[in-house]
Design a protein around this ligand. Structure first.
Ligand code: CTP
Ligand code: CA
Length: 224
């Protein structure tokens, strides 16, 4: 039916998103970060809002901008901040998509004063951050939970391992094989794998188009 509402399949639904990098403090002026731009996550936020969903976009430090009446942006810095924010919204959402490039390790101790240069080498002891996605997978109820996987080798196998281990409904594999896909670019090439191991590979395209493809894969699964 050509009802206007058919264009808003996610009206009344809530979506949690994580996007961008995290910064892990070393001392008051330094951090460990990564090159994630947040572009993919912000594009998904917009695509979800354009389908009528109310979106909670939890973003690490990013220059991306978004203005949409259905998107609430929550800015965070560290993996721990992102973990806490994600857990505070998760219980209430229908869909959670974790696209952030979360640091896997953080300095074990944060120096309270700026570290001065003195020796020929400097060791910084690191300790693992909490895995936000796995922690949500362990407590999920109604939520359709989607993760991302960034792999350089054994891509499909590794992505499927994450899908299972983190109890996801689907995982989006970023193909770094292709030039023009990944961090800081405007384009991406992805394969979506669902929990029944159905795979769908998409062409290299703009992140805006990739975001629509990803949302489409989610919508057909939650509305069926
Ligand atoms: N993720 C997360 N919290 C972390 C680390 C990762 O929520 N502390 C999420 C990412 O947002 C992504 C998924 O887990 O959706 C996979 O991230 P990725 O870095 O590809 O995998 P890891 O499980 O961290 O394993 P590795 O980096 O060793 O491949
Ligand atoms: Ca990682």
């Amino acid at each position: 039916e050509n009802d206007i509402l058919s264009n808003l399949p996610l009206k009344g639904k809530k979506v949690l998103l994580t996007a961008g990098p995290t910064y892990e403090a070393i001392d008051p002026v330094r951090f460990i970060g990564n090159h994630s731009s947040g572009k993919m996550g912000f594009a998904i936020a917009k695509a979800a809002a354009n389908l009528g969903a109310e979106v909670f976009l939890i973003s690490g430090p990013s220059h991306q901008k978004i203005s949409h009446s259905l998107v609430k942006r929550i800015d965070v810095v560290s993996a721990e901040d992102m973990y806490n924010a994600a857990h505070s919204y998760f219980a209430d959402v229908d869909i959670a998509i974790l696209s952030a490039a979360v640091a896997d390790y953080k300095p074990k101790n944060i120096a309270t004063q700026k570290i001065k240069k003195k020796d020929a080498t400097l060791d910084i002891e690191l300790t693992p951050t909490k895995d936000i996605l796995a922690s949500l997978g362990a407590i999920k109820k109604q939520q359709f939970l989607v993760g991302f996987a960034l792999e350089t080798n054994n891509e499909l196998e590794n992505a499927k391992g994450k899908l299972k281990r983190k109890n996801l409904d689907a995982i989006v594999l970023n193909s770094l094989q292709d030039k023009g896909a990944g961090f800081a670019t405007d384009t991406n090439k992805v394969t979506v794998i669902d929990k029944d191991l159905n795979e769908k590979s998409f062409q290299l395209k703009s992140k805006v188009e990739v975001a629509k493809d990803i949302m489409n894969e989610i919508v057909v699964r939650i509305l069926k």
